[in-house]
Write a protein that binds this ligand. Structure first.
Ligand code: SIN
Length: 326
């Protein structure tokens, strides 16, 4: 849909994938009993006249319409293809993606690791449905477009409640608050204030080398039926190795373990993971702590996640296995 303006210079593409930002409830004001992913992206954009007046040419496209708890590899592939397609158009300044909050950090990291874009790709979302008495989606979309239009912006970021987060650091940390995301120790990338961006640190970049083979596979669709099986297990009081052994018997190719503290593991769980690793399963050790990272030390027998959270370490391992399998 062409939203506005032959005279406008910056073209921003808005890709819809669903989420609460596109959700509807039977009763205005019901912020819990709603259905996510109901309103099309064309309508969400059209309902924001301020977007059309903001000096951008906007183009919207529906890539998916899901509650992001149901995000899957097929949608990731379609989304990566559309993002890569639009980024390659010279006139496109940046991309905004509307997405559910629940797995936003995984999609953000997936796109960053895969594409390492030289233009901005801005994921945004809402904690209240579009039918809420005071929905947060419209302001989040305005802020996301402001970031995508910002001169010099690059990389995959998330914008929610006026805060800009790098794809590497963003994590959903609250079940209900509008400001549901955190960048942990790293702190936010910046803030959007009345349409202006106050940038605090560098735009995300990197991961390109690792992803070059994977992007070809994702783009070609060759891996569609055979994305590697990578699961997450956790350490806790009373943990043992049974879940790991069951997963290995079931053909798992990669395991991320969310360890306690500095990636520590119950001895029984560690023994099972070491056996899995000896049998050819790739094992990565992250931490279940929200902040901090696993600090490597001499004698470590399981690779650490290089500061990635368990869900992002899983994405990195998926891409690495995808690249090495084709
Ligand atoms: C979803 O993740 O799609 C639903 C929840 C949300 O967007 O807040």
């Amino acid at each position: 849909m062409q939203v506005s303006g032959e005279m406008k210079r910056k073209k921003i593409v808005v890709l819809g994938t669903g989420g609460t930002i596109a959700g509807t409830a039977a009763q205005a004001g019901d912020n819990l009993g709603y259905t996510a992913a109901q309103v099309g992206i064309e309508q969400l954009v059209a309902e924001l006249p301020a977007l059309a007046d903001g000096g951008c040419e906007l183009f919207s496209e529906q890539v998916a319409q899901v509650d992001s708890k149901d995000m899957d590899f097929g949608i990731w592939r379609a989304l990566a293809q559309r993002v890569a397609h639009w980024l390659a158009q010279e006139e496109v300044q940046g991309i905004v993606i509307t997405h559910g909050t629940d797995t936003l950090e995984e999609t953000a990291f997936f796109l960053q690791a895969l594409l390492d874009p030289a233009k901005p790709v801005v994921l945004t979302c809402a904690m209240r449905p579009a039918t809420a008495l005071a929905p947060d989606g419209p302001q989040n979309m305005l802020d996301a477009v402001a970031v995508a239009s910002h001169a010099g912006a690059r990389g995959v970021v998330a914008v929610c409640a006026g805060v800009v987060h790098s794809a590497f650091d963003v994590q959903k940390v609250h079940t209900y608050r509008l400001d549901a995301f955190s960048s942990g120790d790293a702190g936010p990338l910046g803030y959007v204030e009345e349409g202006g961006l106050r940038l605090l640190r560098n735009w995300p970049s990197g991961q390109e080398g690792q992803a070059q083979a994977a992007i070809k596979i994702v783009a070609s669709g060759a891996g569609d039926r055979s994305w590697p099986r990578v699961e997450i297990v956790m350490n806790y009081a009373g943990a043992d190795g049974r879940a790991v052994r069951a997963l290995v018997a079931d053909g798992v190719q990669g395991l991320v373990v969310a360890g306690t503290g500095n990636g520590t593991l119950h001895q029984a769980l560690e023994a099972a993971l070491l056996a899995a690793q000896a049998g050819g399963v790739r094992v990565v050790r992250a931490t279940r702590c929200l902040d901090g990272r696993v600090l490597p030390k001499a004698g470590d027998v399981l690779a650490d996640s290089q500061g990635l959270s368990p869900v992002k370490a899983r994405v990195a391992l998926l891409l690495a296995l995808l690249a090495s399998a084709h």
